[in-house]
Design a protein around this ligand. Sequence first.
Ligand SMILES: [Zn+2]
Ligand SMILES: [Zn+2]
Length: 896
Amino acid sequence: MDKKEILKEFSSDPDRYYKVKLFEEQGFVRKSCLKCKRFFWTLDSGRELCPDDADDTYSFIGDPPTTKRFDYTQAWKEVESFFVKNGHTSVSRYPVVCRWRDDLYFTIASIVDFQRIMGSKVVFEFPANPLVVPQTCLRFKDLENVGVTGRHFSSFCMIGQHSIPNSQGYWKDKCVDLDFRLLTNQFGIKEEEVVFVEDVWAGGGSFGSSLEYFVKGLELGNAVFTEFQGELGKHTTLDQKIIDMGAGLERFAWITMGTPTAYDCCFGPITNHLFEKIGIDSDSEMLRKYFTAIAKNLEIHEDLIDVRRHAANSAGLTQDQINRIITPLEGMYLIADHLRTLIFAITDGALPSNVGGGYNLRMMLRRINGTMDRLNLKLDIDELVDMHIDYLKDTYPELDAKRQDVKTILKLESERYVESKTRMGKMAGRLKEKGRAPTVDELITLYESDGITPEYLKEIDVISEIPSSFYAKLSDLHQSDKKKDVEQLPLENIPETEMLFYKDDPMEFDAKVLKVFDKSVVLDRTSFYARGGGQEPDHGTIAGARVIDVNKHGGVIIHEIEGQTPKEGSTVSCKVDVTRRANITKNHTSTHILNSSARGVLGSWIWQHSAFKEADHARLDITHHSSLTDQQVQDIENVANDIVAKDMSVTIENYDRGTAEQKYGFKIYQGGVVPVKSVRIVSIEDFDVEACGGTHVKKTKEVELIKITKTKRIQDGVVRLEFVSGPTAREYVKQQEIEQLKKAEESVQKELKDKQREEERQKAKEKIPALLEQIATLSNAGVIDEIEINVNSIKTCFTNSKQYDEFFHMNFGKKLVKENPNSVYVGIFKSGPTIRVIVYSGDEASKSKNAGNIAKSVAEILGGAGGGDTKFAQGGGKDTSKMDEAITKAKSMILG
Ligand SMILES: [Zn+2]
Ligand SMILES: [Zn+2]
């Protein structure tokens, strides 16, 4: 939809779309900006320019227009008490990780809290009406502006003022009246300083008029009145009109403080702490001038580099001042901002990683680390985390509870950064050699596949500046990449299947056949659980034919049949495979038990990433930063089996979605978003509560036993637990025990064998002196104890007896040739899979009988190699079939 068209249309009828009671009562005049022609409403009849074009833009820096001064947390207290006083419910913030929408990773606006997706439609669910919420929002598109512009944050608090115009809520008149009084009465801003600019909002098929309100050129808030749907001209009024007023809390604090940047009044004591670290006085006239100029230039120049250069010029800053003051200042603001965002995200269960939303988090921590390196800052991250949380915990007490988890994750990630620096250095070196700067796409690839941040490349002079489109592109790539396709099937006019597995769940039932196509059968009612939520489908029979798969398309359940399909219109008797169902059910409840067990053992960042439950095996993928140790696996398994042993009740209740969220929080969405109004909540007493559509046991003892069979880190930030439960777990344990017994038996056998061998060896050793003596006295050929002896000019001894091992051959041969230098000894024996040969030739004998040659020849026959010198050599080969040939060869060589 063209916003310009809508604005033109609405502004042509201001009485209908923009003129609220307040304007009339107070005497606001409607003006058209002399420069840009936009329409605005003001009490100052002399004002001719809209806030963006007026000369007083950002004149609040150094000269705040309010009578009171409030920092960030005080500003919220003021806003909250004002709205509560005026009939609003103050709602706690929702998680920054947007668990209730599968098209968003992070919460990007306060209205997102109350949006739920039903099919392709957005519906609104308000826990109160009217309400106000301090919603932390994460936005990563302007990352390169953070720390530089004085007003861009990676996360900010959106004051959400929301109302549905019914008997409790209100519409435009009261909204604008409240906002005006908030600024003037509560914050003490002069009435004539407040300017309302006419605008429109359009998105998600609906649109409406909006009034942005400004003070001294700073946009403080935008009240959107979502009123219509459809195409302009053919549009209709929405059944449910909504007020979506969003205001930046950081800006409310800033306008009352008039500090050079919004950062100076929003991070509590951190900013001063950092200033002391590098010795800067933030309150100088020079900084006021510079950041006022930055604000003005942001409206004029597209590129941040130009903005910065022009601002430095008009504030009269030298290059030395920029290097010495502005650059470190920007770095410190960046560190404070990014750290605050990480604290919120990790508290809400997100982990830095290479995938999905975790991406931006890792990027931010790398920017913090890179900035510290670049500025040579020695900062204690833990200390900064403590300062942030101590400052924020009054408004956001949940941060306090996760303090240690945040520190754990940040420490781990920082260590990984240090580890990767050497590798990054090498890659960057290669880039430099190329002699041209990488393109934006190349930069993205470098970050995605090698974790090399553009900050780092800038630091080591591979690029001179970070291209302004880098972060926007990266953010687009990773903001929402979870989408699914729906298959088209011939199911027109087929009513939704009655799902008996959600009712009395009979394992045998009769049903009417409504549709048959290919091998698919649709019944009017079924107990066959359809594949869903990671739970595999039931098997069984329909009219005697086997059911091999069951799937859900919308509300229609399709059974896939092997064999004869029944006739449409007939009534069939159906049977669910009870054993299969029981085993799958046990595995499903076990998944819930393991998930909460893992969270208890490992940390609050554990979420179910995905799960799979078959009859004889199951797996649970959890979000975790590292591989699991054996001890951790054991601990998780122990906690899980404790829960089984406690025989806790598993209860299933249906809740209205909003009620379930309020009662249990967003932890219920472990298995993902639930796109229905009524949520099925499965609770294992107070141990685990999840929204889940699967089948479950009634008491945890039915699970019998849970055994984790294997764990593996399957991707960055995700660890897989493979497990079994019920009879499969018992069988697994039995197998384990059998295997262990087998192993124990084997080791006993081995020990026995070793002992035997040692005894034989000892015996052989003891034999050596006697044998030597007998051989020495022998003057004819003969055999002594399986050693063949020949007496010619040279005395030769040969044996391949099994009773002699390597130890014997070495000792015996050596002694023999020493005592009789005119003798040769050859021993052939088996050692493991090889046949070995050992040859000794005495000082005299070696002149004609070369030990090395003999060993080499014999080894070659055995398919191996051998070697040594003329007096001692050895070798061997694996070809045991050539044993006899080898013996013949050895004998012929020593006798010949
Ligand atoms: Zn203008
Ligand atoms: Zn489940």
